[in-house]
Design a protein around this ligand. Sequence first.
Ligand SMILES: NC(=O)c1ccc[n+]([C@@H]2O[C@H](COP(=O)([O-])OP(=O)(O)OC[C@H]3O[C@@H](n4cnc5c(N)ncnc54)[C@H](OP(=O)(O)O)[C@@H]3O)[C@@H](O)[C@H]2O)c1
Length: 346
Amino acid sequence: MGRTLVLTGPTRGLGLATARALLRRVPDATLILAGRDAAALARLARRLGRARPRARLVCVEVDLQSAPSIRAAADAVRAAAPDGIDALVLSAGLQFTTDGLTTADGVDLTFANNHLGHFLLANLLAGDVTPEGRILFVSSGTHDPAQKTGIPAPLMREAQHAAFPATLGRRDKPGVAARRAYSTSKLCNVLCAYELDRRIQLCGRSGPHVLAFDPGLMPGTGLARTYPPLLRALWSWVLPNIIPVLRMAMGPNVHSAAVSGDNLARLAVDPAVHGWTGVYVSGRAAIRSSAVSYDRGLQAELWALSAELTGLVPAEAEFAWKAVTPGPPVRSGPEPQAFTTLRLQA
Ligand SMILES: NC(=O)c1ccc[n+]([C@@H]2O[C@H](COP(=O)([O-])OP(=O)(O)OC[C@H]3O[C@@H](n4cnc5c(N)ncnc54)[C@H](OP(=O)(O)O)[C@@H]3O)[C@@H](O)[C@H]2O)c1
């Protein structure tokens, strides 16, 4: 039986490179391409199908800023994967340059797009991922202040700081808050991966395995699409051609999307990494993530707040509710009731 792989964000950048690498490694896979642009998905499926005729390509529309869209997409994925999912690869993500963007419910848009959407999708589908299967959250080195990436470090002592940055009571220079929201959302990806992994284990399951992945800096992707024109041109046309120079100047964690896509595909399907779970992988090596990412209280608090904001209910998520997270008590966060009216943008 061929393997079934699900990939978000396949239309550009890392996701596109990962789609190609997955099919290079598993040419007869069923690859479910989950994205928000139906025409781009159809074009991509045609292109991939021409290169890999043994593959079965399924397009599923999903807007990760919309809870109803995510729920419909989870149903469509389940229908296309009756024998279960072997890898759920959560690559989609955005970076904004405008400060203070929110969803209709007032939730930080970067947090909603980069964390809440995948939190909900992963919970809806985790029960369909096989025990040997893998769930991969794409994070970023920007989540770790020790990595000095040039992006403002995350500020998140409590979960509500990520969802509602105004609660930090802080005034940043223009443009800083937007970029900080990005690094904070990438910290949420790591916190979420660790919490999901623990909940699966507390359910007495040996899998699926859950990992957070840092692809490294990948100039040339669509991530800089909201940058000012000059910076965008530099990112899109100049930097991809001088990666060896960038590595000399910034260290080895700079890659083409093709290299990072292959690293991510390896985590998804290579037997060599079977058994890796609850860890953070940078490129091809498991390394320590930021100090705060190991804060169990913060992990649990983020989980509870994310469930409230997405309206996740016990009946729809196998691993979200069955286990009680041990460790330090949840930090002094918002009362869950305070958020019951908020929902990820419809
Ligand atoms: N580039 C880097 O240097 C870098 C470094 C570290 C981590 N990362 C991470 O790598 C991942 C991929 O980024 P990238 O650089 O490849 O960016 P990209 O080229 O812009 O690709 C992002 C993908 O995510 C999709 N996406 C974004 N928001 C979505 C939504 N609401 N619903 C559905 N799909 C959505 C995009 O679809 P559309 O085309 O429809 O917008 C696109 O396919 C992100 O998680 C990013 O944080 C990137």
